[in-house]
Design a binder for this molecule. Sequence first.
Ligand code: FMN
Length: 389
Amino acid sequence: MKRIILGITGSIAAYKAIEILREFKKGGEDVICVLTSEATKFVTPFSLSTLSGNSVITGLFEPRNTPIHINLAASDVILVAPCTYNFIGKVASGIADDTLSSVISATTAPVVFVPSMHTNMWENKILQENIKKLKKLGYYFMQPETGRLSTGKVGKGRFPDSDSIVKKVYQIINQNAKTDLSLQGKRIIVTAGGTQEDLDPVRCITNKSSGRMGYEIARESIAQGGDVVLISGHTEIEPPKGVELIKVRTTEELANEVLTQASNAHILIGTAAVADYTPVNYENNKIKADKLTIKFKKTQNILKLVRKKYKKLFIVGFALETDNLVDRAKAKLKEKSLDLIIANSVSSLGGLNTQVTLIDKNSKAKKLPVLPKSEAAKQIVDWIIKKIK
Ligand SMILES: Cc1cc2nc3c(=O)[nH]c(=O)nc-3n(C[C@H](O)[C@H](O)[C@H](O)COP(=O)(O)O)c2cc1C
């Protein structure tokens, strides 16, 4: 559990901080909201304390046992969202005349500002100079978006969506948590879950994949500092924090996304349970019970296609077979020119545990015992890290 200070300043976007707070709480974090005096005019401390489960801090001089700003400064991250023109100016000038600016003056934790204001304020040269100065000093900034502002005009200054803010914060926490993260600077694509091939508007062909293995591998890759895009077919589970999630349904959609994302990726880990066959014809109306023959054709071989287009991408495949698993996995590695392959037992399908065999290009195989998928993912990612070095 991380302790996150959510600083809120006097912007019209202050109410959107509630959504950020809820996202962090969903992730099990301890969130303490610190409001400037102006912020309390835009969002009520009562809502924030109810949702965070913590008292909301506004005043610096309320009676307490320890100086509040020193206590709050010892958190994992300070996020100021939304952040006003005024507040950026204050921090850039070294002013600490309220709780939030005092916390920032006393912290060694990463500080992330999410500015939100009218376009003219955003383009003001004083603000831009202040941001430049703070960035140089190691403070993090998110760019506001261009769109319709509260005044009705269109321009730059809009508060970004809460998902992208939360993702950025987790990335920064991970970057700062360990100094020698093995996947830092690497963009990793993980595919997960089962695909669905439509027969008609009602029915589809799918498989028993839960997506858990891929989601655990994505989680572990993030923990190792990777920038992870998770391309996911059908699953019931929550994506890991800090991941960029792309949802797909069919094998074709998955193939298109992987081919697009691979252009700037370093590693592809393909755990998705992809359909090998898809119906030749899609019926526009629900297939009647008396039509019992359905013709299939082969789907695209995604890893083969990606390898053909991206020769330098480090590709890790997964194989799942009911018979001759390891031999078939070795053959698949060669046929698709993969870098590594993981042979996955059928018994793991849909379950919490798995038994895998790790196979490299020289056909060297290492069999792991039955493990929870979270632990197997750790060992798989460690093994991949050793192989890419
Ligand atoms: C209705 C209203 C909306 C405002 N919205 C913003 C805003 O989105 N961004 C901003 O930088 N300032 C905005 N301001 C101005 C700030 O509230 C003002 O500069 C204030 O002093 C900021 O205080 P703080 O930085 O201590 O929270 C707004 C003011 C009003 C009255």
